[in-house]
Design a protein around this ligand. Structure first.
Ligand SMILES: *Cc1c(COP(=O)(O)O)cnc(C)c1O
Length: 494
């Protein structure tokens, strides 16, 4: 198209002011305000200008576009005023899916956050004394209850009572395990390393120098914390003697990192946690473990073995553990540091702690989540409820959805039930899976990827897996009150 022709097309475009004076725009302004409407007009006109200059519009198609200008402005306005962050249905069966927001929160967590954050609260106010208080006491007391069992006699500073052959009882001090909260586990590791090892060396196995999604790399965090990484062993084999040899006068800390997203199998060796504890004690060095997921719930009860829990590590004698709030714990995004009170106190007094602290929403959600654990109300925490769902319960729901969908006229969509596996995700071992029943979808006219895209375009969007040319839906991660809508969307694809 010639420059002259384009100039003629540009001439046809109304000005923002002209449009603003139109009656339909005046109606929109009454609803949403002048500046939002003016902004939408500008965006729509800029788009048309762009299309003219790229030669995508001729006179006819421009006239058509101008005829629909008001509608285009309204669409733009609705889009700009709607939320970008939206709820969706997770039918992937991955319980802790980082891209999908990890742990959904317990209802009590949301209620508590709403109640305490929509007004003023005693976040940092000691009501009894009428003075400034500490924001971490609200959850530290609950962590103390939940982790009390982990306290070893020498850590507790408690005295052994009982005589002769009677079992040794331990009198526990109430503050035997301290916990502080920061923004996420990456921040927890940064704060712990900086507080315990700044200017010194930290010994870690080469087989544990992990990268977790979102560019969390232990060596990078280590250098930001001003500690020097002292790698020992090889990728597949590290022995306790390797740690022992690397200890020198600059050593400040022994570090164990949970291999969250990969496994090393075959010719491998890694010292037991108890061996590391013994070495750390004998050399008077603290031992820290970055657990990543950090369950407060015994995963063995749902058939998952070999995933260490926070209690297991503390009981074995690890001095400091770091873990996420929104992984297996099932709470809000947070980084938790639990362990020896003198070490945690050093972290609390580090100025980095102030920079990494969390807000009242996090404390409220975390407090309510922990209270569910204290009350043994595990089904109140969505990720725990999902882990505890049996294959039979999932199968029953899947059968109901299939029969609801098939009660309509099914022509092109085919649904099938299959055995499969749900994945814990979020830093539990890749092999941590639970047996499930899957709904497999195929369509006469749509490929699996196209079918999957249709599900994503539903309201709310449905996120599924594609495997072997089929779309797979796992109801383990779908809330039961989302089943009916899922069936309706599937029926609409038939
Ligand atoms: C997930 C994970 C982290 C990062 O935790 P965030 O809470 O996402 O910051 C660090 N270390 C390990 C071992 C993890 O699994």
């Amino acid at each position: 198209m010639s420059t002259a022709n384009k100039a003629a097309l540009f001439q046809k475009l109304p000005s923002t002011d002209e449009l603003l004076r139109q009656s339909d725009m005046q109606a929109l302004i009454a609803q949403e305000g002048h500046s939002a409407v003016a902004e939408s007009i500008r965006v729509v006109l800029a788009r048309l200008r762009q299309e003219i200059s790229e030669g995508q519009l001729d006179e006819k198609s421009l006239d058509l576009a101008l005829g629909g200008l008001s509608a285009a402005v309204e669409r733009q306005l609705r889009q700009s005023l709607s939320y970008s962050l939206r709820p969706l249905v997770n039918a992937t069966g991955v319980i802790l899916h980082t891209n999908l927001g990890r742990a959904p929160l317990a209802v009590a967590a949301l209620d508590h956050a709403r109640a305490t954050a929509s007004t003023y609260s005693n976040l940092e106010f000691d009501l009894a004394a009428g003075e400034r208080g500490k924001r971490d006491i609200h959850v530290d007391r609950l962590f103390q209850k939940l982790l009390a069992e982990a306290v070893l006699p020498e850590q507790a500073g408690g005295k052994r009572v009982g005589t002769g052959a009677s079992p040794v009882q331990v009198e526990r001090s109430s503050a035997a395990v301290s916990t502080i909260v920061v923004n996420n586990n990456a921040a927890a590791v940064l704060l712990a390393l900086n507080s315990l090892a700044e200017g010194g060396e930290v010994i870690v196995s080469r087989g544990e120098l992990v990268e977790i999604g979102g560019s969390f790399r232990i060596p990078d965090v280590m250098s930001k914390s001003d500690a020097t990484l002292r790698e020992v062993g090889t990728t597949n084999r590290t022995r306790i003697a390797d740690y022992e040899r690397a200890i020198n006068e600059r050593t400040r800390l022994l570090l164990r990192v949970h291999r969250s997203n990969f496994e090393i199998t075959g010719f491998t060796e890694q010292p037991g946690l108890d061996e590391l504890v013994a070495l750390a004690r004998s050399r008077r060095l603290p031992l820290m473990e970055d657990l990543g997921s950090g369950a407060l719930f015994d995963l063995r009860s749902v058939g998952i073995n070999g995933e260490p829990g926070v209690l297991d590590s503390l009981r074995t004698g690890v001095d400091i553990v770091t873990y996420s709030g929104d992984k297996l714990l099932g709470g809000p995004q947070a980084g938790l540091i639990s362990g020896r009170p003198d070490l945690v106190a050093r972290m609390r007094s580090n100025s980095l702690f102030r920079a990494l602290r969390v807000d009242k929403l996090t404390y409220a959600a975390l407090e309510a989540t922990l209270l569910a654990y204290v009350k043994h109300d595990h089904d109140a925490v969505p990720v725990l409820r999902m882990m505890r769902l049996s294959k039979e319960e999932i199968a029953r729901r899947a059968e109901k959805i299939i029969s609801d969908v098939e009660s309509g006229q099914l022509q092109r969509l085919k649904l099938q039930l299959l055995d499969g596996e749900s994945v814990i995700g979020g830093g539990a071992a890749p092999s941590a899976v639970l047996p499930t029943r899957l709904i497999a979808l195929t369509h006469a006219d749509l490929s699996a990827d196209e079918l999957n895209a249709r599900l994503r375009a539903a309201t709310p969007p449905i996120i599924a897996r594609v495997e072997d040319g089929r779309v797979l839906l796992d109801l383990r991660t779908v809330f039961p009150d989302q089943d009916a809508n899922l069936a309706t969307v599937l029926a609409s694809l038939s």
